[in-house]
Design a protein around this ligand. Structure first.
Ligand SMILES: NC(=O)c1ccc[n+]([C@@H]2O[C@H](COP(=O)([O-])OP(=O)(O)OC[C@H]3O[C@@H](n4cnc5c(N)ncnc54)[C@H](OP(=O)(O)O)[C@@H]3O)[C@@H](O)[C@H]2O)c1
Length: 381
């Protein structure tokens, strides 16, 4: 019998992390959770570690280490950002699910690949800010498997297809809660309205990114790096039913689409099971009940964050890191109720205009641009 896949989940208390544990719980003979990490949510982290008998547990906030230790006397516990990254390199880890949120996930992605482990990547910001720094390390088979539903879909459509035959990538977008709204009405939306995503239940940052369409811009950059394709062949289309997770068009005009239920446990599970497929508890799509699939152009005037992200991606170098940091600051301010919805693209635009793009040379260079951009964004708010 094949030994179980030994996994570390970074960001286990979040939306992706909790769903990953749900997958692991259904396949105890195939998946063993050996390490868990979170930011500040000690009680939930300790509960997860106890339930799954996890030996290595880290918390990013060092002040919470003592509390974590008191709940987990039998585990090896550690605290601080470096301790979270360290879990990715443990000898007993085969695969790291990076489900951290934001640019804070970059070091974990780099450490995972440097250690020769398989990286199941939900943390799209790693690729947005670190691009080639991350992909240049993914040199061995199955080093990097996407978890984002669109990229998992594209990854699966590309299986068995020569990269040279790809003529277009169709990245689908639900359109978020404000599809059809104009720019003027968007300036008045509330945090609660922006968090009410019509199709997916996700963490707060990605939910706001989906409502501004920034998420689709981040995903275009992610696709550019994951599949080594130019921005000119990535086409974004709004598909409100979110049933087609993305599509790949080939030289002969054939289009392969990946369809399925809107449940992140499917792409999370596939990142663990690839190249196998395991059973899933998700009810299949009933196409007769679904009735129709709609597609439309995104409204770039009402949702300027999309064009800003694409422009940052095209400019490359350190521009995506500056754009991403500005977005993280503006989204956090919006979630706190400190700024308006349309201030998010305004702040991103301000920071991008102030940034002089440099080549992407090292993690340290990315982090320095990230810190600079956060300061400028805070000022712009
Ligand atoms: N949710 C989805 O359906 C979905 C779909 C596609 C892609 N993604 C991507 O997956 C990533 C995670 O999204 P999410 O929705 O799961 O986010 P989330 O619900 O906010 O969870 C984030 C997780 O990361 C932890 N964390 C945050 N900052 C940290 C730090 N500095 N060090 C260590 N741990 C930290 C949090 O811990 P605490 O709980 O302790 O704060 C939590 O466990 C994002 O990049 C997102 O874009 C998510």
């Amino acid at each position: 019998m094949t030994p179980p896949l030994r996994i570390a989940i970074l960001g286990s208390t979040g939306s992706i992390g909790r769903q990953a544990l749900d997958v692991a719980a259904r396949f105890p003979e195939r998946v063993e959770v050996v390490a868990l990490a979170a930011g500040t949510n000690v009680l939930s982290l300790a509960e997860q570690a106890t339930a799954f008998g996890v030996r290595h547990v880290a918390i990013a906030e060092p002040a919470l280490l003592e509390k974590l230790s008191s709940h987990l006397p039998g585990s090896t516990v550690s605290g601080g950002d470096a301790a979270v990254v360290e879990l990715a390199t443990l000898p007993e880890v085969d695969l790291v699910l990076n489900a951290l949120v934001g640019a804070a996930g970059l070091r974990a992605s780099v450490a995972t690949l440097t250690a020769g482990k398989r990286l199941a990547l939900a943390n799209k910001e790693s690729l947005v800010v670190g691009g080639e720094l991350v992909t240049s390390l993914a040199t061995y088979p199955n080093a990097l498997i996407p978890v984002d539903s669109e990229h998992s879909a594209i990854f699966q459509c590309l299986l068995g297809e020569p990269a040279t035959d790809v003529s277009r990538i169709w990245l689908t977008a639900s359109g978020g809660p404000f599809r059809g709204r104009d720019r003027a009405s968007l300036s008045r939306v509330t945090v609660a309205e922006a968090l009410a995503h019509p199709r997916w239940t996700m963490g707060p940052k990605i939910t706001i990114d989906s409502s501004t369409l920034m998420n689709k811009g981040l995903e275009a950059i992610e696709a550019h790096h994951l599949f080594a394709v130019g921005y000119d062949i990535i086409r974004i289309v709004v598909h409100p039913q979110s049933c087609v997770h993305s599509m790949v068009e080939f030289a002969d005009g054939s289009v392969k689409a990946h369809l399925g239920a809107t449940d992140m446990r499917i792409p999370i599970q596939y990142a663990l099971s690839h190249p196998e497929r395991w059973d899933s508890p998700v009810p299949p799509v009933d196409f007769a009940a679904l009735g129709q699939l709609d597609f439309e152009e995104p409204d770039r005037d009402a949702f300027p964050a999309l064009s800003l992200a694409l422009e940052a991606g095209r400019l490359g170098g350190t521009m995506p890191a500056a754009m991403n940091a500005a977005n993280e600051i503006a989204v956090a301010a919006f979630l706190r109720g400190d700024t308006g919805f349309m201030d998010i693209p305004r702040v991103v635009e301000t920071v991008m205009a102030a940034h002089t793009r440099q080549p992407l040379e090292s993690i340290e260079a990315v982090e320095s641009v990230d810190a600079w951009a956060r300061a400028v964004a805070t000022e712009a708010l």
